[in-house]
Ligand binder design. Structure first.
Ligand code: GTP
Ligand code: SPV
Ligand code: MN
Length: 589
């Protein structure tokens, strides 16, 4: 295959020589080509075509049982020096990594086809966008990338003869867990992923490029690549304000990004628009404000729990042109089902492992869908997609929100005092682990800015980069922390969450406009209970007061945890953050 771009030609030639595919196919982005790939995937059983009347253009895919989530233990940042990966990443010396990987990729595509996917993160040709080329032997990956990114010949045309593109090589190989590697080479703009066929491990535009590689690029070039949703809130006066929010995996980004205002808010004229649900690339605009784009073109969302009440917009988004992964196959009408969709699990069904899901299974509480089962749906399907979704300049941010799953310590919401304190609040985020990554679920761990698994360089340098960015932003957004997941002693959530989270966003936006009250606490500013609009909610101001308490004893424990976490960074920890920690400890005395 011939390419005018020498760098592209070299990358492809070397990868073909290494992987030895039988056939090589360039993905041109045409509907005809994608349709023939869908047909091929259905003929081999890789995908199942669903009921085309109820779910037009929709398909089901099941991954291998040992391959259902990101694998953080097998994800590496491969740099020349260990210090550049830092204490929170797995590191491999990059030459050693290339050597090890070459052994695994050797001949891995024999008998298979290699697909060449030119893709753009961000609108094609926008000055904020970045180009990648993913080589893969999986049709599932091709079809998902065609939803999640902008794919096709026009991307190659835009690239021209530039060498500024990310090289991604993915081979399913034998799906051997022992030889599964997700390796990022930020110094070389290169990603190598092998022995997996699952989402974040293999859709290389997403976490590998748009976060791990892009965070490294952002540091060099003066911008930020963040694990953040972006949403717009249109207020009754017609003005739209934008918020970016970082929550760890499976902690509510998609849900918040697509929230439906409570009836009382909708009647007043509030509307919410989704710009992105997972990743934000953030730059300083000429006017000194922060601007964010969503580099993706679709949503790779958690299926379980998505329903007509919790997230009707997400559900509507998945009604056409969507690929479902590891959900229940409803044989009654050839559709899909997952836990929390409705109260009527299908009687005739196949579970995510491909086995009959029986009455007995259901009685025994055996789940039909994997907890990390997902939908891949085009952004344009979303009923509340923002009119600014394609705006190459992005949207201006008024607030940056951090949050996690904390049963106790973190209050419903608090506000940071200033930029440095805001960076501190992001850096001390902690959250219970979820099914989005393999390993134990429900364990509290530090996950700064929700970037622990996604920062492509030393996190100490990342904190410093955040602090430096603040110096360039003359019109600063405010920083907040939220926690929708506080529980009572029986483990029930105390806050209704979902659409009602707008009540908290409303206070946040009013604070950015200087229109709401707050009280100072050791950790920052907290609303007075009466400052949260409870109209229409079956909750009292006393209930909200409970959600807003700052328990000094718990926070002292947390401060000790932060100190231990910070100690990992040695002299890479910016002094401003050490000072913030000292202030927190002092405030808790
Ligand atoms: P990734 O795609 O992994 O990055 O996840 P995400 O951050 O987009 O999380 P998502 O919105 O998919 O939510 C994950 C889980 O959290 C789902 O099971 C939701 O039902 C649940 N969830 C989301 N928002 C809320 C909330 O406000 N309250 C409660 N209690 N649960 C929520
Ligand atoms: C996450 O885990 O944060 C996801 C899903 O958004 S994945 O694409 O698998 O990373
Ligand atoms: Mn995510």
């Amino acid at each position: 295959m011939k390419f005018e771009n020498k760098g592209v030609q070299k990358f492809i030639d070397e990868s073909i020589a290494l992987c030895a595919p039988d056939k090589v196919v360039l993905i041109d982005g045409s509907e005809e080509q994608l349709e023939s790939l869908r047909a091929e995937a259905c003929s081999t059983g890789e995908m199942i075509k669903l009921n085309q009347e109820l779910l037009p253009g929709c398909y089901l895919h099941r991954t291998a049982v040992n391959d259902v989530a990101r694998v953080e233990g097998r994800t590496f940042i491969c740099t020349e020096k260990e210090e550049d990966a830092g204490p929170t990443n797995n590191w491999m010396q990059k030459d050693k990594a290339y050597e090890l990987l070459k052994g695994i990729y050797k001949g891995a595509m024999k008998g298979r086809t290699m697909y060449i996917i030119p893709f753009s993160m961000g609108a094609v040709g926008s000055p904020f966008s970045k180009i990648g080329i993913e080589l893969t032997d999986s049709i599932y990956v091709v079809l998902n990338m065609a939803i999640m990114t902008r794919v096709g010949q026009n991307v190659l045309d835009t690239l021209g003869d530039s060498d500024d593109f990310v090289r991604g090589l993915h081979a399913k190989a034998d799906l051997d867990e022992e030889k599964r590697y997700i390796c990022q080479f930020p110094e070389d703009n290169t990603i190598m992923s092998v022995n997996s066929g699952y989402g974040g491990n293999v859709l290389l535009g997403k976490k590998c490029f748009a976060l791990r590689i892009a965070s490294y690029q952002g540091r060099k070039e003066g911008w930020l690549a963040e694990h953040m949703l972006i949403l717009g809130v249109e207020k009754p006066n017609g003005e739209t304000k934008y918020i970016a929010a970082a929550f760890p995996s499976a902690c509510g980004k998609t849900n918040l990004a697509m929230l439906i205002p409570p009836k009382e808010f909708a009647e007043k004229g509030y509307k919410v628009f989704t710009v992105g649900d997972d990743i934000a690339w953030i730059r300083v605009g000429a006017d000194g404000r922060l601007y964010a784009i969503n580099p993706e073109n679709g949503f790779f969302g958690v299926a379980p729990g998505t329903n007509a009440k919790s997230n009707p917009n997400a559900l509507a988004t998945t009604r056409k042109g969507t690929i479902f992964t590891n959900v229940v196959h409803n044989l009654e009408n050839n559709t899909v089902w997952w836990e929390g969709l409705d109260k009527n699990p299908p009687k005739k069904a196949i579970d995510w492992k491909g086995n009959p899901w029986t009455e007995e299974d259901r009685a025994n509480g055996v789940k039909g869908a994997h907890p990390n089962s997902r939908f891949t749906a085009p952004a344009k399907n979303c009923p509340c997609i923002s009119p600014e979704f394609e705006n190459p300049q992005g949207v201006p941010l008024d607030a940056i929100v951090f949050g996690g799953r904390r049963a106790k310590t973190a209050p419903l919401v608090y506000e940071a005092r200033d930029w440095a304190h805001g960076v501190f609040v992001g850096s001390i985020m902690a959250s219970e682990t979820t099914a989005a990554a393999s390993g134990a679920v429900g364990v509290v761990r530090r996950d700064p800015m929700a970037m622990l698994p996604f920062c492509g360089y030393n996190m100490g340098d990342y904190f410093a980069h955040w602090l430096e960015m603040g110096e360039k932003v003359t019109k600063k957004p405010k920083f907040f922390n939220v926690n929708w997941f506080r529980t009572d002693d029986e483990g029930h959530f105390l806050w209704p969450g979902f659409g009602d989270n707008l009540r908290v966003l409303d206070w946040i936006l009013k604070r950015t406009e200087g229109e709401a009250e707050a009280v100072e606490t050791p950790i920052g500013y907290v609303p007075r209970p009466e400052d949260i609009d409870l109209n229409g909610l079956d909750m009292t101001t006393e209930d909200v007061a409970d959600l807003l308490t700052v328990d000094k004893e718990l926070w002292k424990e947390d401060a000790a945890g932060i100190e231990a976490f910070y100690a990992k960074f040695g002299d890479k920890l910016p002094k401003a953050l050490a000072d913030e920690l000292a202030t927190l400890k002092n405030n808790l005395k």
